[in-house]
Ligand binder design. Structure first.
Ligand code: NAG
Ligand code: NAG
Ligand code: NAG
Ligand code: NAG
Ligand code: NAG
Ligand code: NAG
Length: 316
């Protein structure tokens, strides 16, 4: 078996072969072990779970008369005794004595996940201790839909993709409303959306370690519908009001007509005041000429709707 010296990263051969090479390197000058050596003692420790950004300590027992010892990440030597082979500044030596050989890795990241091996050469026999480091990452929603405005009846797809380890589970909820709509998928598909499904949707990504939440707003546009007009009986000289209410998104613009002639604000002692979904036509001093048939028309970009009112005289 060829002995390769002074290569920090061993070629991609199997870990055991690497270890054997390592021991040979460390052991240069000492008797070489035969390939069939069955005296080695391999121990597997419990997995270590660590969160991204934290520090992990890798400890291995020494004991006996240790001649050489090393910590490896996959097939790369991190430390050979107190000699640091790794160029990674996050890796450092904590303790090296007769009982233990401990190194630490600070600011752990996903790529540090994997098997670490401590190889120990004692006067009696070689020994390895391996430990699997598992890195946990809090969930983060990385691809999320923006607020959208759609027309009623459209098919809507909302997207919520999250990263994290373990893989986060996703759930959707409509929070601004009665919240009858829920889903556990990255994609929330709403076919032929109704106005009742407009509102704020919340996506939650959860894994064992944390939660991430984002919200998105769906605005559903629809054409106005006006409630039926209430006729008004007014004594001449009194004040009279006609009220027109329209449900619409976006909010409707209102137009008023008397016998098909458009009425404008300030016209003939009348005033039109629009506040949101409500339009009020006020007569400050009703006269006989005001009596008749009025029409309110509510309009937005999706359509229009109208209703009729009768303003009639009430004589005492
Ligand atoms: C340790 O982690 C590895 C890799 O994820 C897994 O295959 C193995 O089952 C784990 N062992 C224990 C004891 O949890
Ligand atoms: C361990 O090895 C992997 C793969 O080469 C590398 O990405 C990672 O940075 C290494 N971690 C440490 C602490 O050496
Ligand atoms: C986000 O999702 C969209 C739609 O699936 C995809 O086209 C895009 O590549 C994704 N972006 C990222 C950063 O994953
Ligand atoms: C919405 O999706 C359905 C199938 O789910 C399809 O039949 C329909 O044409 C789509 N409507 C629009 C407006 O794309
Ligand atoms: C209402 O109009 C009538 C007739 O034009 C007028 O006599 C009366 O003074 C007015 N009333 C008010 C309160 O302006
Ligand atoms: C008011 O006008 C509407 C629409 O022009 C009409 O259908 C209705 O009969 C009229 N009502 C009266 C009392 O004139």
């Amino acid at each position: 078996m060829p002995v390769r010296r002074s290569s920090v990263a061993f070629p991609k051969c199997s870990l055991l072969v690497s270890l054997r090479i390592l021991l040979l390197v460390l052991h240069a000058g000492s008797p070489v072990y035969s390939q069939g050596d069955s005296q080695s003692d391999n121990k597997v420790m419990d997995n270590i779970t660590v969160r991204q950004g934290e520090t992990v300590f890798l400890r291995c027992e020494q004991g006996d008369v240790v001649t050489h010892t090393a910590w490896l990440n996959r097939s790369s030597i991190l430390y050979a005794g107190e000699d640091k082979w790794s160029v990674d500044p996050r890796v450092s030596l904590v303790t090296l004595n007769q009982e233990e050989f401990t190194i630490k890795i600070e600011n752990v990241d996903m790529t540090d996940e994997g098997q670490y091996v401590c190889a120990v050469q004692t006067s009696s026999r070689p020994r390895t201790t391996s430990v699997h480091v598992l890195v946990q990452v809090p969930p983060k929603i990385i691809n999320f839909s923006r607020d959208i405005v759609v027309n009623e009846g459209s098919n809507v797809t909302l997207m919520c993709q999250a990263s994290g380890k373990p893989e986060p589970s996703i759930s959707w909820k409509l929070i601004s409303n009665s919240g009858d709509l829920a889903s556990d998928d990255e994609l929330l598909e709403i076919s032929s959306i109704s106005r009742q499904r407009a509102g704020v949707y919340e996506c939650t990504a959860v894994n064992d370690i944390d939660t991430d939440v984002q919200t998105v707003d769906i605005t559903v546009n629809y054409a106005p519908s006006v409630s039926e007009g209430r006729d008004a009986g007014v004594t001449p000289g009194q004040r009279g009001v006609l009220e027109c209410e329209a449900d619409a998104v976006p909010e409707a613009d209102f137009e008023w007509y008397k016998d098909n002639r458009r009425i404008f604000n300030g016209f003939d002692g009348m005033e039109i005041i629009n506040t949101g979904s409500l339009s009020k036509l006020t007569f400050y001093n009703v006269s006989d000429g005001d009596y008749g048939n009025y029409t309110c028309v509510a309009i937005n970009k999706l359509g229009s709707s109208n209703t009729n009112f009768l303003l009639y005289g009430e004589y005492l």
